[in-house]
Design a protein around this ligand. Structure first.
Ligand code: GLY
Length: 394
């Protein structure tokens, strides 16, 4: 598209490129701060949240070497009750926020050793989790396989329905006066070393004082962003299944149940609506979102080892989505080396969990130019060569 074929269609204080949950929460919080705000996305409310299970698993998804990320995850988990209540009060929409807790179980001696190590790491990190015998696990969740060898009860890891969350954020943005450009952003506009908006696929230009790139796994591909500032974000495919639980004889599962089976994570997330979400594969295949027989087979095989009764349930949906993976599994938040261009991307496995804290951090940085304390380790500048030599990554 040549610059002469564009026409200015609109101007705002803040332009958010990407209308997934991270882009929407940024736009909503930005508009609440009094900024005129626009979102560019052909289908706002879509993206990875259409697929995600919505576990808020700061404790059960803790990994060695990710203690800095743990701080941000916990900060966001603490904000969830007020965040969900605010959104529901504003929009009248139920988000499926369920304080159900999580049970991570072991099926064999290797899994048990792995889970014992996770328990030790959780304890060192001051997190609450309780070791249970196999019998105690089955007392909590009678549908578990008789072979379960033990587990970790984590009462603080909850769930939300990401599709409902996206719908509510969309409604909240509309109420706050956010303008939606339902088109692809074709390129970032840069004038005299400053980002000034974006050219859309139909040739119109959306001008803005500040631009937030929140394009999920596509964030590293926007034309016009200087090569050395393109976020190092890659797509990590996750296939997810949806089944329907019987509602007749008490709950099929009353909390999220998860395990590592032969090195792969499998989780079962039961919604109050009767939906049971089973996820997820983790595949590095570029922008491929094909649901494969192999992916569905592995998920059902592993989930069946945990909860044999699932094979009786109707299988209602299969889908694949793309997590925005980053080199250190942590998000990229805040200003870049290009004036006027900020990032809110790279949330990888934690996009749903990190939605509240991301909205707050981005609104703060848009208003003040500075990231709040808890978000500072996640500056995109940690990946720029000059900074990487002098500063620790998150
Ligand atoms: N956090 C769950 C997943 O990425 O599969």
């Amino acid at each position: 598209m040549s610059p002469t074929s564009t026409s200015t269609s609109a101007s705002s204080d803040v332009l958010v490129i990407g209308g997934g949950i991270i882009g929407l929460v940024t736009a909503w919080r930005s508009a609440q701060r009094g900024f005129t705000t626009a979102v560019v996305d052909p289908e706002p409310g879509g993206g990875a949240a259409r697929v995600a299970a919505g576990m808020l698993a700061a404790v059960t998804e803790l990994h060695y070497g990710e203690q800095t990320l743990l701080g941000l995850n916990l900060a966001s988990a603490r904000r969830y009750p007020d965040f969900a209540a605010e959104l529901t009060e504003l929009t009248g929409l139920d988000l499926g926020y369920r304080r159900c807790g999580t049970l991570a179980v072991a099926l064999d001696a290797d899994d048990r050793a792995h889970l014992r190590e996770l328990h030790a790491l959780q304890q060192q990190s001051g997190l609450e989790s309780q070791w249970l015998s196999g019998r105690e696990c089955r007392r909590l969740e009678p549908m578990l396989a008789p072979g379960v060898r033990g587990g970790l009860r984590v009462d603080g890891d909850h769930q939300i329905d990401p599709r409902r969350l996206a719908g509510a954020l969309l409604a909240a943005c509309e109420r706050a006066g956010v303008v939606f450009h339902r088109a692809w952003a074709e390129r970032l506009t840069v004038v005299r070393d400053r980002a000034t908006g974006a050219v859309l696929a139909d040739g119109t230009e959306a001008a803005a004082g500040q631009v937030v790139l929140a394009g999920g796994s596509l964030s590293g591909r926007l034309a016009g962003v200087p090569e050395d500032l393109l976020p190092p974000v890659r797509p990590v495919k996750g296939q997810v299944l949806r089944l329907t639980m019987p509602q007749r004889h008490g709950p099929f599962l009353s909390r999220t149940v998860r395990a590592v089976v032969r090195g792969s994570h499998v989780y079962l997330v039961p919604r109050a609506s009767g939906e049971l979400v089973v996820g997820a594969t983790s595949e590095e295949l570029g922008w491929d979102t094909t649901v494969t027989a192999g992916g569905v087979y592995e998920l059902l095989r592993d989930a069946h080892e945990l909860v044999p009764g699932i094979t009786e349930l109707p299988l209602t949906e299969t889908r694949a989505g793309l997590r925005p993976g980053s080199p250190d599994n942590a998000p990229l938040l805040g200003p870049t080396g290009l004036q006027g261009l900020l990032l809110a991307t790279g949330h990888y496995r934690n996009g749903v969990l990190l939605t509240p804290v991301t909205g707050d951090a981005m609104a703060h940085v848009l208003a003040t130019g500075e990231l709040p304390e808890e978000a500072r380790p996640f500056t995109p500048k940690r990946f720029s060569p000059a900074t990487a030599l002098t500063e620790q990554p998150a």
